[in-house]
Design a protein around this ligand. Sequence first.
Ligand SMILES: Cc1cc2nc3c(=O)[nH]c(=O)nc-3n(C[C@H](O)[C@H](O)[C@H](O)COP(=O)(O)O)c2cc1C
Length: 210
Amino acid sequence: METFVAIQSRSSIKKFSDETVHRELVEKCLESATWAPNHRMTEPWQFRVLLGDARIRLTEAIAEQMSALTSGEHEAAPEEHGTLICDRVAVSLKKLGDVRQSLEIEKIRRKLLSAPVIICVYSDQGGDPVTARENFSATAAAVQNFLLCAHDLGLGAIWRTAEYFEGPRVKSFLNVEGGATFVAAIYLGYSDQRQITRRRTSWEKKTLWI
Ligand SMILES: Cc1cc2nc3c(=O)[nH]c(=O)nc-3n(C[C@H](O)[C@H](O)[C@H](O)COP(=O)(O)O)c2cc1C
């Protein structure tokens, strides 16, 4: 597919068929991701591919994380990345109460099972804030490479985010070190929906020539 055509015709896919995605296709998307630009060749991306049962085990880790957060068991080190997010989630979960929490978990489980493959993407923090920001940017570029490659291969995908991917229990389940920053959960599969190409504001309105 010609590059501009691929860029313009890609759109987020939310509904997937049950059709299995062959491993080689996922590997091709991952390889494309790693060709993203990155400053000082830090190659900061980390990918975790979840198939089949792993999506259920992830839901269990999320549920454990939620109950640890609400019962106050989670004692994060002050420097732990994601602590603020976890605290915020804990407060809102406490307000939800047990029943709403189970409903929330069920919603998450259904969402995670809606795609045959989920790729969690994290970025290395690097030693300082500037490197952390550059690493995050490079990893975001890697995610876009992945999405375009998936589209070119006839697959559907969506870039999703959720606060629970920042939490310690989920990071430990995914074997991601605590300092890594969550960038994306890519839901991948064969599309089971009509292709919608969303509109964009014209580039002219976003551009000043100086
Ligand atoms: C950083 C980021 C986070 C996103 N998180 C979500 C999400 O959590 N849920 C969702 O449905 N879409 C999410 N999206 C997808 C956007 O909603 C989607 O890209 C946007 O509506 C434009 O549509 P398109 O991708 O079809 O062009 C996210 C996209 C980005 C770049």
